[in-house]
Write a new protein. Structure first.
Length: 279
């Protein structure tokens, strides 16, 4: 049996089991994906099962994975377009960026006036789709970041993602700061790679001060190693403190950097760690 026929058989078997034994169906697809990780149909079938079962977090993770690994698949863009059609997600369309319409499209709109709210189809471009992906990831990471257990990685991802559409997420950011204060420390070594929001930078700089609680922040790459190479006085690392100050000053100079580009780099460069840390 060829590899293609093997894949088709595994997918077909999973479909047959979905209604009577969802766990068995999922097991068949996990096995199929392990054997054929580059097969799009297997991953799409996994997404459909999770979507139909209304398991939003896992469906979102699978859709994001397909978006990254199979960007040329029309079905992926169709799924994203269907989701972003709903007015519930208005605000995903960048300001003053309406889809280009042909004369035929404009005529059709004029002849088909609707009552109530109209639906909008987003163009299949990264500039239109990325905001949706950012909101989807934020929804997933919030589940882990604000539980009773500690998860600095998820909390750091939340801080990065909240820069989108700032200050809309300011209250959630302050909630994240409160959790950091309760913990007394926070470690996120990608902070200076992707956090350029001036309000956030000021808040984190304040946390290091006596008034801010002298919160122990490990935001520099390999900071644990740096501590071992600096002189420590009264429990405060002088060298690391100076490194932090200089890094913060450099970061302030990046506040004018294009946020879309920063967040796009975050999604691409941190793909593996993002997928691993999703709930």
């Amino acid at each position: 049996m060829s590899a293609q026929k093997d894949c088709e058989f595994l997918v077909k078997r999973a479909r047959e089991l979905v209604s009577e034994d969802p766990c068995a169906a999922k097991a068949w697809l996990i096995t199929a994906r392990t054997l054929y990780p580059a097969d799009f149909n297997i991953q799409y079938e996994m997404y459909i099962i999770e979507r139909n079962a209304e398991r939003t977090a896992s469906a979102g993770r699978l859709l994001y994975d397909m978006f990254i690994n199979f960007p040329d698949q029309p079905i992926v863009w169709r799924e994203i377009s269907v989701i972003t059609l709903l007015d519930v997600v208005t605000g995903l369309v960048p300001p003053n960026q309406e889809p280009t319409k042909t004369p035929e499209d404009q005529a059709r709109v004029k002849t088909k006036a609707r009552k109530g709210n109209d639906l909008r189809l987003l163009p299949c471009t990264s500039k239109a789709v990325l905001p949706f992906c950012l909101q989807l990831m934020l929804a997933c990471f919030k589940l882990r970041a604000f539980t009773d257990s500690r998860d600095d990685l998820a909390l750091g991802h939340v801080v990065v993602l909240l820069q989108h559409e700032w200050p809309q997420g300011e209250m959630l950011f302050l909630k994240a700061v409160d959790k950091i204060c309760q913990q007394g420390s926070f470690q996120y070594e990608n902070f200076f790679n992707y956090v350029t929001n001036i309000d956030m930078l000021e808040e984190f700089a304040y946390l290091r001060t006596p008034e801010g609680g002298r919160i122990q922040l490990e935001l520099l790459p390999n900071q644990g190693m740096l501590i071992k190479h600096h002189t420590v006085t009264r429990g405060i690392t002088k060298g690391v403190k100076e490194d932090f100050r200089l890094a913060m000053e450099r970061q302030v100079s990046r506040c004018g950097e294009n946020l879309f580009s920063v967040l796009h780099r975050f999604c691409i460069n941190e793909k593996i760690i993002i997928i691993q840390s999703l709930p």
